[in-house]
Design a protein around this ligand. Structure first.
Ligand code: HEM
Length: 414
C-alpha cells in the first residue's frame, strides 16, 4: 500500500475533539483508511502514525526504528534556557535534561537510546519493577491507600479524586519504590510534582545519594548505588528519569478509571458485586482509558515494510495506543465500549516491546488498590463533575490527555 500524501479526512493534525474515554471519531476514520496515516506532529515536523493494532505492535518491537533524538518533537533546551522551570505535567521525561556537570544529557534518557546502550541502563532498574517485586509491595500500598481514604473522609463530602487521592497515592508509591525517605516527601513533591529547574532536581538527587549511601534498602537507589557497571552520571540521569516518569500517569489512570466506572453504572455494579473482577478490569481501564494519543516518535533507520506499507528510511513514525486499543481488527465487536468483563490483556496503554513501560507492574497494583478501596469505603460514591468529560488540549508534544479535576461526592445524598 502507498501512504496517501494528503489525509482523506482533511486534517493531518491530531484531532483535539476527543476525550480520554471517547476518542475523536477521526482516529477511527484514519484507522479504517489505513494502518499508517500522514501526521503533522504538534511541533510542526511531519511523519506517520500507526493506528491499527498489528502495525503499532510491529513498529514498537522493530529495532529498525530508532529512538535517537534526531527525530524528537522536543529538542534540548536552547542555550541559556537550562535553568528554566519545567512543567510537572510530563508523563515521561522529555529530552532536554542537564547531566551531572550541568550539560544537556539527552544521551542518557532511556527513551532516547537504542540497542545495547539502552539495554544496559534498562537492565539496571528492571529488577525492582518485576511482577514479584510489585506483589511484595501490595501490603505497603494497601496500607498507604487506607491512609489516603481516611484523608478523603476528613476532607469530604465532596472531594477532587485527582488532587486529593490519585496524586498522593502515586507520589507516595513512587518515593517508596525509588527509595526516597518519608521525610523528603514534601521536597520531592515540590520538585517533581510541582515546577522546578533541572538544576534543583539534580541537587536533590545528589544530596539523596549521599544520604542513602550508608543505608541500603529494597529500592532502586540501593540497586543503582551497588551497580558496578554504572558511573555516577548514569546513576543521576536514571534517577532523574524515574522520579518524573510514570508518576502522573498512575494518578491519571486512577482518576480516569474512577470516571469510567462512575459514568457506567452497569459496570460499577459488576465490580461491586465481584471485587475479584477488579484484577482483569485494570487492563480494561488501561485499554479504554489510555492517556497516550501518540507515543514518542521513532525514526526508520532503513526502508521498512509493515502490513503492506513501505516506510522510507528517515520517516518519523509514531504509534497511537488510543487508536490501536480500539481496533476492531484486533478486539472484535464493539471495541468502543467500556466493558470490565472483556479480556483486555495485550492493550498498548503501557506501550509495547523494547521501550515498553518499566513501571507497569507496580502501576497495576496502585490502580487496583486505589479503586478497590474507593468502592469498598464509599458505597454511595457519585460523580459530581469531571474535566475530562469535555475535550482538553493535549498536555505535551507527545500527545497525552491530562486528568483534570474529578469531583465526587463520597456518599450519595439521602
Ligand atoms: C498507569 C501508569 C503508566 C503509564 C500509562 C505508562 C505508560 C508508558 C508508556 C506508554 C511507555 C512507552 C513510551 C514509548 O514507547 O514511546 C512507558 C515507558 C516508560 N515508563 Fe511508564 N507508564 C506508567 C507508569 C510508570 C511508572 C510507575 C514508572 C516508573 C516508576 C514508569 C517508567 C517508565 C520508563 C522508565 C519508561 C521508558 C522505558 C524505556 O524506554 O525502556 N512508568 N510508560
Amino acid at each position: 500500500m502507498t501512504i496517501p500524501a494528503e489525509c482523506p479526512f482533511h486534517s493531518r493534525s491530531l484531532p483535539g475533539d476527543g476525550t480520554p474515554l471517547t476518542p475523536s471519531p477521526q482516529l477511527a476514520a484514519w484507522r479504517e483508511a489505513g494502518a499508517f496515516m500522514p501526521l503533522d506532529f504538534q511541533d510542526g515536523h511531519e511523519g506517520l502514525v500507526a493506528t491499527r493494532y498489528e502495525a503499532a505492535v510491529a513498529v514498537l518491537q522493530d529495532p529498525r526504528f530508532s529512538m535517537r533524538p534526531s527525530r524528537m518533537p522536543v529538542g534540548p533546551p536552547a542555550h541559556g534556557e537550562e535553568g528554566k522551570a519545567e512543567s510537572a505535567a510530563v508523563p515521561l521525561e522529555a529530552p532536554g535534561e542537564l547531566d551531572a556537570s550541568g550539560q544537556a544529557s539527552d544521551e542518557l534518557n532511556l527513551l532516547n537510546l537504542d540497542g545495547e546502550e539502552h539495554a544496559k541502563l534498562r537492565r539496571a532498574v528492571t529488577a525492582r519493577f518485576s511482577v514479584r517485586q510489585a506483589r511484595a509491595r501490595e501490603p505497603w500500598i494497601r496500607a498507604m491507600v487506607a491512609e489516603q481514604i481516611e484523608a478523603l473522609r476528613e476532607r469530604g463530602p465532596v472531594v477532587d479524586l485527582w488532587r486529593d487521592y490519585a496524586m498522593p497515592i502515586s507520589a507516595r508509591t513512587h518515593c517508596h519504590v525509588i527509595g526516597i525517605p518519608e521525610h523528603h516527601y514534601e521536597r520531592f513533591v515540590a520538585l517533581f510534582v510541582e515546577e522546578s529547574t533541572a538544576q534543583q532536581k539534580y541537587d536533590f538527587i545528589r544530596a539523596l545519594l549521599a544520604e542513602r549511601a550508608d543505608s541500603p534498602g529494597e529500592d532502586v537507589i540501593t540497586d543503582l548505588l551497588q551497580n558496578p557497571e554504572l558511573d555516577r552520571v548514569e546513576v543521576e540521569a536514571l534517577l532523574r528519569l524515574l522520579m518524573g516518569a510514570g508518576r502522573d500517569s498512575v494518578a491519571y489512570l486512577i482518576a480516569t478509571a474512577s470516571v469510567a466506572i462512575l459514568t457506567n453504572p452497569e459496570q460499577l455494579a459488576i465490580l461491586r458485586a465481584d471485587p475479584e473482577q477488579l484484577r482483569p478490569a485494570v487492563e480494561e481501564f488501561m485499554r479504554a482509558g489510555a492517556m497516550f494519543v501518540t507515543l514518542f516518535a521513532r525514526t526508520a533507520l532503513e526502508d521498512v515494510e509493515i502490513e503492506g506499507t513501505r516506510i522510507p528510511a528517515g520517516t518519523s513514525v509514531s504509534v497511537s495506543p488510543v487508536a490501536a486499543n480500539r481496533d476492531p481488527g484486533h478486539w472484535g465487536e464493539r471495541p468502543e465500549d467500556f466493558d470490565v468483563t472483556r479480556d483486555a490483556f495485550g492493550h498498548l496503554g503501557f506501550g509495547y516491546g523494547i521501550h515498553g513501560c518499566i513501571g507497569q507492574q507496580v502501576a497495576r497494583v496502585e490502580i487496583r488498590e486505589a479503586i478497590a478501596a474507593l468502592l469498598e469505603s464509599f458505597p454511595g460514591l457519585a460523580l459530581v463533575d469531571a474535566e475530562q468529560l469535555t475535550p482538553q488540549p493535549f498536555a505535551h508534544p507527545v500527545a497525552v490527555y491530562e486528568a483534570g479535576t474529578v469531583s465526587v461526592r463520597l456518599e450519595a445524598a439521602a
